[in-house]
Design a binder for this molecule. Structure first.
Ligand SMILES: O=C(NCc1ccc(CNCc2ncc[nH]2)cc1)c1csc2nc[nH]c(=O)c12
Length: 252
């Protein structure tokens, strides 16, 4: 999958491209990430990428022209990449990470993981000239209703959530698709060595080797936690046939 991120802080993206499962996917060439700094597309000696807002008010607004050149460069890199892998008619939307965007959820992550690539536009300051957004942006995504200092961390959250879903990025011992957020429940408790920690033992069922009982115990723990901590998720939950059987036993 192809990513081009447009940001005046390109070094931040090392957190995604150099570490962990996402870093490995980049290292293997399963994911390509280009960082593009709008400052490299400025025409003035001060390499300006922001200016005071028309109409006054606090803060600065990012200039349209350097961002336009950065986006056109990203599109050229995308064309080159898709040409090199023989992909015709690729889907590669320009996504603006913005507090005004649609709040990211697993469904949006699934939709994004089906694109051939994405051009991610990261804002700083008070935002970006509206005329640039209306000319080039296909969609806006927020990662939640809290105020950050820029779009870079949201861009990396989006990239991380998408990259982990790509086939063969997560090997089978890493829970890729059956994650609790995918089956609609919170996760169950996890235990590993030592058998006793701070006088607390591991639940016997997990030591029993009885896989059906273990699966049932884990599911019922997920249910208990989801009911307690996220009644909103519990309300939406649709059990499978087997899960419904286990739930029926619970209510006996
Ligand atoms: O660029 C981002 N944030 C930087 C930022 C923060 C505040 C303002 C100014 N807002 C003034 C205002 N708001 C409502 C009324 N007036 C602009 C830009 C960002 C990208 S995705 C995301 N997801 C969750 N949270 C985020 O902050 C982000």
């Amino acid at each position: 999958m192809f990513f081009a991120v447009i940001s005046i802080l390109p070094q931040m993206f090392g957190a995604t491209t150099e570490y962990g499962i996402t870093g490995r996917a980049v290292g293997r060439g399963q994911v390509v990430v280009h960082t593009i700094n709008p400052r490299d597309f400025t025409a003035d000696n001060y390499r300006r990428i922001d200016e005071r807002p028309f109409g006054g008010g606090p803060g600065m607004v990012m200039l349209a022209e350097p961002l336009e050149q950065a986006i056109l460069h990203a599109k050229a890199l995308a064309d080159e990449y898709f040409g090199s892998v023989g992909k015709d008619n690729p889907t590669c939307p320009v996504i603006y990470l913005s507090p005004q965007g649609k709040t990211l959820d697993e469904q949006t992550v699934v939709e994004c993981s089906q694109f051939d690539g994405m051009i991610l536009l990261c804002g700083r300051y008070e935002g970006i000239d509206e005329r640039l957004l209306s000319a080039y942006v296909d969609g806006e995504i927020s990662i939640g209703d809290y105020v950050l200092t820029g779009g870079e961390l949201p861009a990396m959250v989006l990239m991380d959530s998408v990259i982990r879903r790509l086939p063969s990025v997560m090997n089978d011992d890493q829970s890729a698709l059956e994650d609790s957020f995918v089956d609609g429940l919170l996760d169950c408790p996890h235990y590993t060595k030592p058998l006793i920690f701070k006088d607390k033992k591991v639940p016997d069922v997990l030591l029993s080797g009885h896989h059906a009982n273990i699966a049932k115990w884990r599911f019922l723990e997920q249910v208990k936690r989801t009911k307690e901590r996220r009644p909103d998720l519990w309300e939406q939950f649709k059990p499978t046939k087997e899960q419904a059987k286990w739930l029926a036993e619970l209510n006996e």
